[in-house]
Design a protein around this ligand. Structure first.
Ligand SMILES: [Fe+2]
Ligand SMILES: [Fe+2]
Length: 320
């Protein structure tokens, strides 16, 4: 065991085998002194996706707030935006504690280098899209972060997620309450259904490649997450599908009573036109390679959203 007083606190001290042994003995990781280089790399990758996702949801939700039906609902969305910036700050702060240059991460990367679900690259442009985003996207965030909270071996993140989890619950309830309220009105019902038509499948994609194609690598073996992509997708559907059905909305999935599993009723994955916000049902199932190509190319709002977040920093740097 090295003398910890003399070593760089950011240098991982254990081998991969020692980390696995530590986790098998139910001992958690407080920092690099309890981790290996691979563990820190896997943790860093996971935290960057989480931080970028929280950050990009701010300009996305802000854009839709303009269509809020009254001042108090506008303010509710603004407070959600504020929460999301707080969540992003928590994750970036944790990256800073691991020695990552966070200023470079937030202000130095090009828009295409940010790592968040493709769904946020499709702009939200109306109140129905805003509340469906709360019900679907914030539910997805809640499912993913609850899994991290329940299973992560990295204690600093687990502690921070107590607050995040509570706020995500508020966001998804905000969406569900509004949907329940407006569903009784024929015109609102039609508009919410139209939003669900493109946003449901986009959220299914959010959970990533199916388990038979996905190499989970370090995330599962290092106890950074507990459920696989397909299990997380099931967890999300098990909340979202009954909610949609309860309010007479059609979503392309149903519960198979025999297996107790949710079954997707449309081609999946599918080709998507982000400008028209339409799935190509006629073309049928495409390959996950096609989907990955679309994700890599980014969607219509990527550059606008990232530039809006970096604008102030760029202006100050220019003035200096
Ligand atoms: Fe969040
Ligand atoms: Fe949220």
């Amino acid at each position: 065991m090295p003398n910890l007083a003399q070593v760089d606190p950011l240098t991982p001290q254990l081998s991969n085998e020692q980390v696995i042994e530590r986790l098998q003995a139910d001992r958690m990781v407080e920092g690099p002194q309890h981790a290996s280089e691979d563990y820190i790399k896997a943790l860093t990758r996971t935290l960057i996706v989480s931080a970028d996702t929280e950050l990009i949801s701010a300009p996305s939700y802000l854009g839709a707030a303009a269509d809020a039906p009254d001042t108090s609902s506008y303010m509710s969305v603004i407070s959600i935006v504020q929460d999301e910036l707080g969540h992003a700050h928590i994750a970036y702060r944790m990256l800073r504690d691991l020695g990552v240059d966070v200023d470079e991460l937030v202000y130095g990367r090009s828009p295409g280098e940010f790592k968040y679900p493709y769904a946020f690259d499709v702009p939200l442009e109306s109140w129905p899209e805003m509340i469906v985003a709360n019900a679907f996207y914030d539910r997805a965030g809640f499912v993913l972060l609850s899994d991290v909270f329940d299973h992560t071996s990295y204690v600093p993140w687990k502690r921070a997620l107590v607050k995040v989890d509570r706020e995500e619950t508020f966001h998804l309830r905000h969406g569900e309450r509004w949907i329940a309220k407006l569903a009784r009105d024929e015109d609102w019902h039609r508009r919410i259904q139209a939003a669900m038509d493109w946003m449901f499948v986009l959220t299914l994609e959010w959970f990533g490649l199916p388990d038979d194609l996905k190499k989970h690598g370090g995330q599962l073996s290092y106890g950074l997450k507990g459920q696989t992509n397909d299990q997380l997708r099931q967890t999300w559907m098990s909340a979202t599908v009954p909610f949609a059905e309860k309010h007479d909305f059609d979503v392309p999935a149903h519960l198979d009573e025999e297996s107790g599993e949710y079954v997707i009723d449309c081609a999946f994955p599918m080709a998507f036109d982000p400008e028209k916000k339409e799935w190509d049902h006629g073309k049928g199932e495409v390959s996950w390679d096609d989907v990955i190509d679309r994700w890599r190319a980014k969607g219509p709002a990527n550059e606008r959203f990232v530039t809006s977040l970096q604008r102030g920093h760029a202006a100050l740097a220019g003035a200096a």
